[in-house]
Design a protein around this ligand. Structure first.
Ligand SMILES: [Zn+2]
Length: 307
């Protein structure tokens, strides 16, 4: 993750109370414990066909699609950092408020990191087609409410566009998009400048220390600068695609070495709690699908729409 689109949503989580500690790291996935017989796994791929049917009913047709990426994260974090972190959050949230979680998905927007080793950047066309077909297939299997949980800042424009594009043609399901949630009341004091704490910086590295501590090489973080190189001077509000490369060509923004488990625990709690609230809200949402159907119907004959 490197740029939270949903900054305003941070205020929403200020009142969220941490109810339960995150489960131990879900990756690599251990075999389902015996207790899973009473409560089905939240992992799509771990369920039998018959158990999957029950799981969809148990989750009231609400499913999660955690969305990661493969890109450089400084010198100290793994390429799949966003995928690992977003799945940690999604799996923990789904265990608190049951929902089926789709397998690993990392086919997002990351053209700006194509100059770095290990980046996998699918074409824009394929990103949209694959996401549409994945959503269609999830819905065909009963996921009538799909929450795309975004763990990668480079998807911040793609995913709202994808959700908006669902109005192009009728769908019998609803797509929701949930972004990264960080700040909340009681947040531990940060050691680095929050203004540049974006990609593989203090906050993200702290969360990685909770999700996959075995993959964090904290000692390597200071070997590269995560400073803003500010090589492009444009007025505010004027956008161009090279902006990220102009500022952070090393795919490192902030100070990863400042990370702590304390901040990581807080960040994990904040995001998991926010997602639990989102799952509950989606389950309770009876309006979106009804309004979509109304809209699709009216859009077939706009001259008959009441004025
Ligand atoms: Zn990231």
């Amino acid at each position: 993750m490197y740029k939270s689109l949903l900054l305003s949503i941070h205020a929403l989580c200020a009142s969220i109370v941490w109810a339960q500690s995150p489960a131990s790291s879900p990756a690599p996935s251990p075999p389902s414990p015996p207790s899973a017989q009473s409560k089905p796994s939240v992992h799509w791929e771990e369920l039998t066909a018959a158990d999957f049917r029950d799981a969809i009913a148990r989750g009231q047709g609400t499913c999660l699609l955690p969305f990661g990426i493969l890109e450089k994260h400084g010198l100290h974090l793994p390429l799949g950092n966003d995928l690992l972190n977003v799945r940690y959050v999604a799996l923990n949230a789904a265990q608190q408020e049951y929902a089926v979680v789709f397998p690993e998905y990392y086919f997002g927007q990351i053209f700006e990191a194509k100059h770095q080793p290990g980046t996998v950047a699918y074409s824009a066309r394929l990103q949209l087609e694959l996401l549409q077909e994945t959503s269609d297939e999830m819905a065909r299997n009963g996921c009538k409410k799909i929450i795309i949980v975004n763990g990668h800042g480079g998807n911040n424009s793609l995913l709202p566009y994808f959700a908006q594009a669902q109005l192009e043609t009728p769908h019998d399901y609803v797509v929701y998009v949930m972004g990264i949630m960080r700040s909340a009341q009681g947040e531990p004091k940060h050691k680095s400048d929050p203004a540049t704490d974006m990609h593989a910086g203090e906050s993200e590295t702290s969360l990685s220390m909770i999700a996959r501590p075995d993959l964090v090489h904290l000692d390597r973080a200071p070997q590269e600068s995560g400073a803003d190189q500010a090589r492009l001077k444009l007025p505010e509000g004027l956008y161009t695609g090279i902006w990220w490369y102009a500022r952070f060509p090393n795919h490192y923004a902030g100070e990863g070495a400042a990370a702590t488990r304390e901040l990581g625990e807080f960040e994990a709690r904040t995001w998991i709690n926010g997602l639990v609230q989102a799952i509950r809200a989606v389950k309770a949402d009876q309006q979106s699908l009804r309004l979509q159907h109304e809209f699709y119907e009216r859009s077939k004959h706009p001259l008959e729409t009441p004025q």
